[in-house]
Design a protein around this ligand. Structure first.
Ligand code: GDP
Length: 525
């Protein structure tokens, strides 16, 4: 590709993830987005796959239908001349560290909120990770076809619970059965929920944001009430600030109903206009790499194990940070200096898996891996080594004690343990004094996958004893006194030997903080 072609291709990319709490409507809206991109023929395709296949037990068997788990990880479609990549961030049972790491590979996030429920627990967790990256966050307040909370409340909650300013791009005119439309503050029009008698879907607003007085709706109280709300927003609400949007300090808020496909295209249109194309990435040595750097490079943000014991291979998901990917190209693995030829790559489409033809900065490629890659690895073509900034560590919340079932098989136990931990499948801790193995994860599925793979790939049956959820807090080794440990705060060390406490709950943490006010406790992301 010539430099101008590469630049044009990169500028077209929009790579993002949708974050939400289960049931807020992520699948439904994804489906609608794909329909606008013409990728799936009928709504329901994604849903049908998701409902059962994504659940944990099925995930184990999913490699029988190998395409499914893989293709659904990245959905690609074209819209308004842009090439859109949606990265899946699973919720429900298959929530895992991968979910967090996927957020390291996107350039923007879309937060879907159920307007009857407001901001829920999982959204909050995912938001925190996205916020730390300083990338734009767009909000879709969903399920407007049902009675929900006051729109003003929902906007205020963004600031109160998440600390992000909300700017309403449009405003609901009623909700539930009374939903009449959306007052569009940007495109200066009213988008009707149902076409009017004249068959119109949109009614233009004049310079002052008013309907033509001859319009029947102009005399409806739902319209005059909306004008009052808009006036309030204009006077007392946040001012739109694109700079703040770009740094994730302000979120453009769109209202709508994914199920009835209302407001979704309006959202998509603005999203595509405002969301950034891939930008430069930070490297470990402090430099930045431009996405249009002619030499290909990228980083592994997720590794998906193949659950078929006959095939040890896995798929490493690589976010391209710069240049163009070509099949069969030679790349260097930065960690080892080893040169690898990339023959087997997979492109991600909604329904089919196709071999990658062209993929540039912003795109994701899946590489078959026979054990070369670890999470966070950088690969590069060209002579200059490129090492992307390290991926952050996340604080696990669930813990298990693990031992080999057969003590005679220590060797395979240790080998499997070491490799799976290196790969980033789970976090490993050792108890401070007795060196017992403790595994930490952010989602239950990680343990199940671990157990399954230990048995299938390393022939090591493990016994796992749940410790349950714990609050993990690191402590400065200089401040540590082993006497501080008790049954309510288990003292362990992480893979780098750094000490941390696993508190039974927040109360135990608070009790500790009161007892040792000088000791600083820190959480990872
Ligand atoms: P996910 O768990 O976030 O992927 O949520 P889904 O997309 O699976 O939606 C959860 C449930 O909410 C499903 O029963 C959907 O049909 C429903 N749902 C999604 N969007 C809407 C909406 O806009 N209005 C209504 N009434 N229901 C919706």
């Amino acid at each position: 590709m010539k430099p101008q072609e590469l630049k044009a291709a990169v500028d077209k990319r929009r790579t993002f993830a949708i974050i939400s709490h289960p049931d807020a409507g992520k699948t439904t809206i994804t489906e609608q987005l794909l329909l606008f991109g013409g990728v799936i023929r009928e709504a329901g395709t994604v849903k049908g796959r998701k409902s059962s296949h994504f659940a944990k037990s099925d995930w184990m068997a999913i490699e029988k239908q190998r395409g499914i788990s893989v293709t659904s990880s990245v959905l690609q479609f074209q819209y308004a001349g842009k090439q859109i990549n949606i990265l899946d961030t699973p919720g429900h049972e298959d929530f895992s560290e991968d979910t967090y790491r996927t957020l390291m590979a996107v350039d923007a996030a879309v937060m879907v909120i159920d307007s009857a429920k407001g901001i829920e627990a999982q959204t909050k967790k995912l938001f925190k990770v996205v916020k730390q990256r300083g990338i734009p966050i767009f909000t879709f307040m969903n399920k407007l076809d049902r009675d929900g909370r006051e729109p003003l409340d929902l906007i205020a909650e963004l600031e109160d619970l998440l600390g992000i300013e909300g700017y309403a791009m449009n405003w609901p005119m009623g909700m539930g059965k009374g939903l009449a439309g959306l007052y569009d503050r940007v495109d200066h029009r009213i988008e009707l929920y149902r076409e009017n008698e004249a068959g119109e879907k949109y009614l233009p607003l004049d310079q002052d944001g008013k309907l033509d007085p001859s319009e029947p709706l102009a005399n409806d109280s739902i319209y005059t009430d909306t004008l009052d709300s808009i006036e309030l927003l204009n006077d007392a609400g946040n001012q739109f600030d694109l700079k703040k949007v770009m740094t994730g300090d302000q979120t453009p808020v769109f209202f709508g109903s994914a199920l009835t496909n209302f407001g979704v295209e309006t959202f998509l249109k603005h999203f595509v206009e405002m969301a950034p194309a891939p930008g430069p990435h930070k490297l470990q040595d402090g430099r930045e790499i431009s996405p249009t750097d002619p030499n290909f490079s990228g980083f592994v943000f997720k590794i998906q194990a193949n659950m078929n014991p006959n095939h040890r291979d896995r798929i490493a998901f690589v976010r391209i940070g710069a240049g163009e990917f070509e099949r069969g190209m030679d790349v260097t693995l930065a960690r080892t200096g080893k040169v690898l030829r990339l023959n087997n790559s997979t492109e991600f489409m909604a329904d089919t898996r196709e071999q990658v033809q062209t993929a540039v900065a912003g795109d994701i490629v899946g590489l078959y891996d026979t054990g070369n890659f670890q999470i966070g690895d950088s690969i590069y073509a060209g002579k200059d080594p490129v090492e992307y900034e390290k991926l952050p560590q996340f604080t696990p919340e669930l813990f298990m004690r693990v031992t080999p079932k057969n003590v005679m098989k220590q060797k395979s136990f240790h080998k499997g343990m070491q490799q799976l931990v290196q790969e980033g499948a789970v976090q490993l801790y050792r108890t401070y004094t007795t060196n017992d193995y403790i595994l930490g994860a952010v989602g239950q599925l990680q343990f199940e996958v671990f157990k399954f793979r230990m048995q299938n790939e390393y022939n090591s049956e493990v016994v796992m004893t749940p410790i349950g959820s714990r609050v993990a807090r690191w402590i400065d080794p200089d401040q540590l006194d082993e006497k501080m440990s008790s049954s309510r705060n288990l003292l362990v060390k992480d893979s780098q030997g750094l000490p941390l406490f696993l508190f039974e709950n927040q109360y135990a943490e608070r009790w500790f903080a009161d007892k040792y006010p000088d000791v600083k406790l820190t959480a990872k992301l």
